[in-house]
Design a protein around this ligand. Structure first.
Ligand code: GAR
Length: 465
């Protein structure tokens, strides 16, 4: 059974309608734990971290105050999160309504009200100044925000969008109604848990370049301070421990700000030297251009060093030249000749090959030279609609002809057999009734632009640039 931690709003308790609707709507699929949270935000964070140590939730859902708290524990717990009407400016809001406030749902301890004092507002203000200390781009797609059309309280939308990719609108007030939960939140719960399942291991890249695996969270037995224990993935593979906040926080060096330890997805393929990508593409090259631009904008020690095409007239070559990326045309026969292709890769010090609409099979010698270093994107949900002859529009035509109601993208490592390498990431979309193959192609392209560069970065470089 999956586990979800629900964090309620300031005027509510764990026994609130949002939590109840989630609990009944997810019965049999996920267990929803909804504790009563202290109104003191530091006490609430401490409680939440303790609960997460015990519960190991797969997902955090927060509403208003709960979303303010949830955002701060995302990286510490490693959980994706759904943040409904997140309040990033609690102190300003509370200043507008000082005095005694009644809880709108019953608390287990029987307390029925709390008081908004100057002291409480000051505590919020202090926490707010540090609420993004643990932000990591790794969570860019893993935290989704929800904003109600009639909400006049949560003003965090712009800030939220600058940190996270997904904002979902719903027709409603600041606090979601049971109907909002059913129609908007529950489908998102299923989708985000499907997109980002629990990870067995968590890996981090220290800003100086070395990689580590997080082993556990623990408390210092004297001071009760929270710590993490982690293991170096180099040298003698030593074990280390340090204060939890210090492990997860951002730091500044030379005018730049970044996480001290940036989270990454795949240890199998990470390395300590800057990556140099060769993109192989046969056609239009819109993905190639998107990837080139992405790595230009993200200063993470990785760059597209070369674009290779088997077709002299392919538009991808013009796109690359316009962006001053070296290009090479390699005819089909030369492509299967190790004497031709390997020296080209060496000349440009290529460490990773990215396929973006490349229509020739990758010869075994190249797979052997680049084990787990060749990545492909396929415009459907493999293993369906893959294999020889299944590329570009042929895929979308087949998907529509089969009457599919959903399609998507598959990003995978490349082996010698078409579309059969280990899957790294998939994302799905629904196909509305009556959609043409061209419309499906456009929707799938959008999905590709959104995810492919990020997955390449997380697979071969780091989660944070
Ligand atoms: C992309 O949709 C990619 O997924 C697909 O070719 C298209 C290239 O578009 N690849 C395959 O079908 C591989 N089997 P682009 O040239 O605009 O980037």
């Amino acid at each position: 059974m999956r586990k979800i931690l629900f964090l309620h709003g300031l005027n509510w308790s764990g026994d609130c309608p949002m939590a109840q609707t989630l609990q009944s709507g997810l019965e049999g699929f996920a267990e929803v734990t909804a504790p009563d949270l202290p109104v003191d935000p530091a006490e609430a964070i401490a409680d939440i971290l303790d609960i997460c140590d015990r519960l190991q939730p797969d997902l955090i859902i927060g509403s208003s105050y709960g979303a303010f708290l949830g955002q701060q524990v995302v990286k510490i717990t490693g959980c994706p999160a759904l943040l409904c009407s997140p309040m990033f400016d609690m102190a300003d809001f509370l200043e507008t309504c000082p005095g005694v406030r009644e809880f709108k749902s019953p608390r287990a301890d029987g307390v029925t009200s709390y008081c908004v004092t100057g002291e409480l507002i000051a505590k919020f203000r202090e926490m707010e100044a540090h609420q993004f200390d643990c932000y990591d781009k790794f969570y860019y797609d893993r935290v989704w925000g929800f904003y109600g059309s009639r909400d006049t309280i949560a003003t965090s939308r712009d800030k939220f969008s600058s940190l996270y990719s997904t904002v979902i609108d719903y027709d409603g007030e600041h606090t979601m109604s049971p109907e909002n939960v059913k129609t908007t939140l529950l489908p998102a719960v299923l989708k985000i848990m499907d997109d980002f399942p629990r990870r067995e291991a968590r890996y981090f890249r220290h800003f100086k370049g070395n990689y580590y695996r997080l082993l556990c969270h623990a408390k210092d037995s004297e001071s009760l301070e929270r710590t993490v224990t982690y293991r170096a993935l180099y040298g003698h593979y030593g074990f280390w421990t340090r204060g939890e906040h210090m492990f997860f926080e951002r730091i500044s060096r030379d005018g730049k700000e970044f996480p001290r330890f940036a989270e990454t997805s795949h240890m199998s393929s990470v390395g300590n030297t800057p990556q140099r990508f060769a993109i192989f593409a046969s056609g239009d090259g819109s993905n190639a251009e998107n990837i080139i631009r992405f790595f230009r904008e993200h200063d993470c020690g990785a760059e597209v060093a070369l674009v290779v095409s088997n077709r002299r007239s392919a538009k991808v070559l013009q796109r690359a030249e316009q962006l001053d990326v070296p290009v090479a045309v390699v005819a089909r026969d030369d492509f299967n000749d190790p004497e031709k292709i390997l020296p080209l890769m060496e000349k440009h010090s290529v460490s990773v090959i990215v396929l973006a609409g490349f229509l020739l099979a990758i010869p075994p010698f190249l797979v052997n030279r680049y084990p787990d270093k060749i990545i492909n994107i396929h415009p459907a949900l493999l293993p369906r609609f893959g294999g020889k002859g299944m590329y570009g529009m042929h895929v979308h035509e087949a998907v529509v002809a089969a009457g599919e109601t959903e399609t998507g993208i598959t990003i995978h490592y490349v082996n010698e057999r078409y579309d059969e390498g280990k899957i790294i990431y998939q994302a799905k979309i629904n196909i509305p009734p009556g959609c043409t193959p061209e419309e499906v192609a456009e929707m799938v392209h959008m999905l590709e632009y959104r995810h492919y560069p990020r997955v390449i970065m997380e697979t071969f470089v780091t989660s944070e640039c």
